[in-house]
Ligand binder design. Structure first.
Ligand SMILES: Nc1ncnc2c1ncn2[C@@H]1O[C@H](COP(=O)(O)OP(=O)(O)O)[C@@H](O)[C@H]1O
Ligand SMILES: [Mg+2]
Length: 358
């Protein structure tokens, strides 16, 4: 759900600001410390109940204030989301004045934040890539969410039994663990097959305008997290290994997406710029797949884009923006959106962040 108007009170460096956003592309620029990240953080907080910058929710209130308020209004549905923090109280999330959970907020108004880890996701850990994948499926599919929550719960139970070396208790959890694990894996496979196909279509389209030859040589493979066919069989076969290791050693919690350049991991071959390019094209392919498969359109948030992207990658990013129909919010220190670019994008809004300081 895009934000049409954002109100922030006592949040980070802002006492009181009100910003009318475009439902299309929004660009925030301003010098270091102006408050760009804080605005993007407020928008993300109003769509997830979480800060992408800090785990200390108290640090978000302005200076010595003990409370803050963020209000996001969507003009198409007329709905208002408020995220507020009062002294000594937990974060409160309300949709149209009714309390909702973080998960329900995520489902109502999903957003995808791209940060510097995302730009180098080929270099990150399998856990990071798995989390990226889980996040998008989690907000898109109810059945995925249910199986994922079940799987995590059962995995904890089985691992607790393995820690106490209780083989019969551990095996009591195996069948349910495996059946939920198979559901998660099938959803991941179905989704990734389409992401990969969208990725190749996109590369063909972009290669008419840009030089992206190295990326065309990348093969993408999904590693489901175990070697054999059925998960239950694998778990049963590995029971002794798991008891020794005191943990479930194989399963969807070990899955990964592999990017290969002629059989070598892409991170060993691609330049930093090419990795960033790969990441933004991959992010867009996922975004398109969420729309194709689930009819959902998460808002895209990209902070400090120019320090991450060189001019070639930025040109590709602009070509991708032309294809995006959802709300996009991005920031940069300099005003990189020329009037020529502005003319190209209907409904693009540009903000100089200094103007919101009160
Ligand atoms: N809780 C807070 N209270 C007051 N100022 C804050 C708080 N948190 C961050 N700031 C300040 O807000 C300013 C804007 O930060 P930020 O949004 O990260 O700027 P930008 O992204 O434009 O470089 C910085 O000067 C930062 O020190
Ligand atoms: Mg910043």
């Amino acid at each position: 759900m895009p934000t049409s108007n954002l109100k922030i009170v006592n949040f980070r460096c802002f006492s009181n600001a009100s910003i009318n956003l475009s439902e299309g592309i929004n660009f925030f620029y301003g010098k270091n410390g102006a408050g760009k990240t804080s605005i993007l953080e407020a928008i993300h907080l109003a769509s997830s109940g979480k800060s992408f910058k800090s785990s200390n929710i108290n640090s978000l209130s302005k200076d010595d204030k003990k409370s803050f308020l963020i209000e996001s209004y969507n003009s198409s549905s007329g709905s208002i989301t408020t995220v507020s923090k009062n002294e000594g109280k937990a974060l409160s999330i309300k949709l149209n004045n009714k309390k909702i959970t973080k998960i329900n907020l995520l489902i109502e108004s999903p957003s995808i934040i791209t940060d510097n880890h995302t730009y180098s996701f080929t270099n990150e850990t399998p856990a990071f890539r798995r989390k990226m994948l889980d996040k998008v499926l989690f907000v898109s599919s109810l059945s995925y969410r249910e199986s994922w929550i079940q799987y995590q719960r059962l995995l904890k139970q089985r691992n607790a039994a393995l820690r106490t070396q209780d083989a019969s208790l551990a095996s009591a959890w195996s069948a349910k663990l495996a059946s939920n694990g198979e559901i998660i894996t099938k959803s991941r496979k179905d989704f990734l097959n389409l992401v990969i196909s969208n990725f190749h279509t996109l590369l063909d389209y972009l290669s008419k305008k840009h030089s992206i030859n190295q990326l065309k040589k990348i093969d993408i493979a999904f590693l489901k997290g175990w070697d054999g066919e059925g998960l239950l069989e694998e778990i049963n076969n590995r029971e002794n290994i798991d008891i020794k290791a005191k943990t479930t050693t194989k399963g969807p919690h070990k899955a990964d997406i592999q990017f290969l350049y002629k059989n070598t991991e892409a991170k060993h071959i691609l330049s930093r710029g090419e990795q960033k390019l790969l990441s933004i094209i991959w992010t867009y392919s996922q975004h398109k797949t969420i729309k194709d498969m689930f009819n959902k359109e998460p808002v895209l948030i990209l902070d400090d884009i120019k320090s991450e992207l060189d001019s070639h990658t930025f040109e590709v990013f602009l070509s991708l923006l032309e294809l995006i129909e959802t709300q996009v919010i991005f920031s940069c220190i300099e005003d990189i959106i020329s009037s020529k670019i502005e003319d190209k994008f209907k409904g693009l809004k540009k903000f100089h962040v200094e103007q919101f300081k009160t």
